[in-house]
Design a protein around this ligand. Structure first.
Ligand code: DAK
Length: 259
């Protein structure tokens, strides 16, 4: 499938990579880009050969936010009536296999929100995160006021949402927004390394782990632990659990078959 605003490729036949590709606009997110991104991720999710995905941008920008020019003239009827954002911006949330955000440069507004919708963020040392919508007379609209405090706590989330300041990679790692920071020229190697590790495991187990961690943000502790317990129990019905434990006991490498 031809794409206008993204590049799509696979690595080692098992990692699906989507690179946002609107360099002149610092990967500002518009409707067709989000449609393309969603379709590419869904196709990878449906491909049994793919075990993990990476969403990335350019060295200068992961994404500098929603396309301000495109939405500047929108009315309430345009946004609410056409279900702006909800309709196609959150497809990444529906992806069942793990998705890593590899962030270099600016991740602002909708760009920061897109990165936070992924399962974890690996950042280059030049990464800068922010929710500067307040400077435009609006507030974050794709989950920023909800996911940022869950990641970094109320104090920093309020600071960023109310002042619009950016957080550098070191502060983002300190605050729990990103899982790792690496030199900018090592970003894709690091993300790919993490993705390949994930691909070694049973897809049933990685999907269950993702679903269960995400449940922590949707439920109270007892309900979340019960959800985890039931998935844990269910994995004992898989051939991959037998394979993984037999391989350990017999000191050999496991060969998971995703069943
Ligand atoms: N949209 C459109 N174009 C953008 C852009 C953006 N978000 N960010 C940058 N660009 C364009 C610039 O206009 C410029 O284009 P030309 O002038 O060359 O044609 C080009 O990219 C390069 O940008 P700069 O010349 O500004 O580059 P600098 O290195 O000097 O500065 C910067 C980089 C990232 C600091 C700066 O470009 C900047 O501040 N950009 C805007 C960042 C921003 O405010 N992002 C938040 C956007 S608001 C909603 C839900 C969600 C949202 C909205 C509504 N609803 C539910 C209704 C989400 C909103 C947002 O994300």
């Amino acid at each position: 499938m031809a794409h206008e605003f993204i590049q799509v490729r696979t690595e080692a036949g098992k990692v699906g990579i989507v690179q946002l590709d609107r360099p002149k606009q610092l990967n500002a997110l518009n409707e067709p880009l989000m449609d393309e991104l969603g379709a590419a991720l869904k196709a990878f999710d449906a491909d049994p050969a793919i075990g993990c995905m990476i969403v990335t941008g350019s060295e200068k920008a992961f994404a500098a936010g929603a396309d301000i020019g495109a939405m500047a003239g929108y009315s309430f009827a345009d946004t609410y009536g056409r279900d702006y954002i909800t309709r196609n911006w959150e497809t990444v949330r529906t992806i069942r296999k793990p998705v890593i955000a590899a962030v270099s440069g600016f991740a602002l507004g909708g760009g920061c929100e897109l990165a936070m919708m992924c399962d974890f963020i690996i950042a280059a040392d030049n990464a800068r995160f922010g929710q500067p919508e307040i400077k435009l007379g609006i507030i974050p609209g794709a989950g920023g006021t909800q996911r940022l405090p869950r990641a970094v706590g109320k104090a920093k989330a309020m600071d960023m949402a109310l002042t619009g300041r950016m957080m550098d990679a070191a502060e983002a790692e300190r605050s729990g927004l990103v899982s790792r920071v690496v030199a900018v020229d090592k970003l894709m190697d690091e993300a790919l390394g993490a993705a390949l590790v994930i691909c070694e495991f049973s897809q049933l187990a990685t999907m269950a782990a993702k679903e269960s961690v995400n449940r922590a943000f949707e439920s109270g502790l007892s309900d979340g632990v019960m959800f985890e317990r039931r998935l844990f129990h269910a994995l004992f019905a898989t051939a991959d659990q037998k394979e993984g434990m037999d391989a350990f006991v017999n000191k050999r490498k496991p060969h998971f078959q995703n069943r």
